[in-house]
Design a protein around this ligand. Structure first.
Ligand code: PHB
Length: 394
């Protein structure tokens, strides 16, 4: 027979157990704090908005919950200004105490976020910025990229251009990591094919005064021009290139950011432009069509590559949180789940490399009307070389 003491012991355990399970339930059902640090003003404002809309669509498709948790958003406009990155990131990490940091578009700002993510161990998902170091020399178990590396979108175009017998190429871009690395990748592909970047022309970010440099291109008479510009800068460059009388005379190529999300604004000046990217709005797959339909229903405009990257960030986070049933404090299990996720993306399925960058097909696209039509695969399952990445084990 049980004594009264035994009974009290059992009752005590039950109470403690109940308390524990209540706390456990609370930890899982409280809202997950998501920090969105993106550009909502300036040259890249449209990109930041598209990423946000894409991410929120993925969440809405899961009835507003990832791994059973509702989300609470903390939003910062990073203005694509690297000098403000430490303060903006710290606001989300130290003040708001977000569980996950999502950002950003601009490579220089992203590197500021990477630094703080490494110092604090905060989970960082990069939905655009292609800076090599994020999944290269600064790679880290808690840092993941759902978009591309700048090298990845330039390298395949180098081969395409060389294969067409266009060997002497002038490159023109913004002077910061994205432009430098995009041209670096392109140059590597071009050189392999027997061509050469004969001149590099630089514009400070986010300036859009191209006239003098376009005059220089006209007098250099290269076989082709390669460029990285994006957002509002891409609109202006493509229009100025045509207005300078270069379109149709010297073929213009670029990473696909040149024509993504901007075709309405570029109009006639963009027709026929060929670019390489990990997405094409004309991708003829049921997955892409379903996504495009859902996105246009939930938002005003049509989706672009940035919307896809935001959406895929939602898919990746969902995969991770489902594996730990919403308990983001289970860091190692969460990271392990993110690492092995296979993302069924509108761009085509992708997985992550050991350095946490997507291994993905890079398409060759051509502008037809207001569409980036996919006309081929420039490089199948391309993996970034991840130079300098020495991933620590968690
Ligand atoms: C970047 O800064 O890494 C960047 C920005 C805009 C793009 C692509 C890359 O469209």
């Amino acid at each position: 027979m049980r004594s009264r003491r035994d009974f009290l012991k059992v009752a005590g355990c039950l109470t403690t157990g109940t308390l524990l399970s209540h706390r456990f339930a609370w930890a899982q059902s409280g809202k997950l704090k998501v920090g969105l640090m993106l550009p909502y003003t300036g040259t890249y404002a449209a990109l930041g908005n598209a990423i946000t809309s894409g991410f929120k669509l993925a969440v809405a498709e899961r009835s507003g919950r990832l791994g059973g948790r509702e989300l609470e958003y903390f939003t910062v406009d990073d203005e694509s200004d690297p000098s403000k990155a430490p303060e903006n990131t710290n606001r989300l990490v130290q003040r708001d105490k977000v569980d996950v940091l999502i950002g950003t578009v601009h490579s220089g700002v992203a590197l500021g976020m990477v630094k703080i993510a490494r110092e604090t161990g905060t989970l960082l998902l990069i939905p655009n910025a292609g800076a090599a170091a994020a999944t290269g020399e600064l790679c880290s178990p808690n840092i993941f990229r759902t978009s591309f590396s700048n090298w990845q979108t330039g390298y395949p175009m180098g081969k395409v251009v060389a294969d067409r017998g266009l060997k002497n190429v002038v490159a023109i871009t913004w002077k910061y990591a994205a432009g430098e690395e995009s041209i670096g990748g392109f140059s590597e592909g071009l050189t392999k094919g027997g061509g050469k970047v004969v001149k590099e022309l630089w514009v400070p970010f986010p300036q859009v005064e191209f006239q003098a440099l376009l005059t220089q291109i006209a007098s250099l008479k290269p076989d082709a021009v390669y460029t990285f510009f994006a957002g509002a800068g891409a609109v202006k460059f493509v229009k100025d290139y045509a207005a300078a009388g270069l379109k149709g005379k010297i073929p213009l190529f670029g990473s696909g950011f040149l024509t993504d999300g901007v075709l309405e604004a570029q109009g006639e000046a963009a027709q026929g432009l060929e670019t390489t990217l990990h997405y094409g709005d004309g991708l003829d797959t049921p997955r892409n069509k379903a996504f495009r339909q859902a996105y246009s229903k939930a938002n005003k405009g049509e989706p672009d590559v940035y919307a896809v990257q935001g959406y895929d960030t939602g898919l990746l986070l969902a995969a991770g949180l489902e594996a730990v049933r919403g308990d983001a404090s289970k860091k190692n299990d969460l990271i392990a789940a993110l690492e092995k996720a296979r993302i069924d993306s509108p761009r085509g399925a992708w997985t992550l490399s050991k350095a946490h960058n997507p291994i993905q097909d890079i398409y060759l696209r051509k502008v037809v009307g207001t569409q980036n039509k996919v006309i081929g695969v420039a490089h199948k399952a391309l993996e970034d070389p991840a130079r300098g990445c020495n991933m620590k084990k968690t």
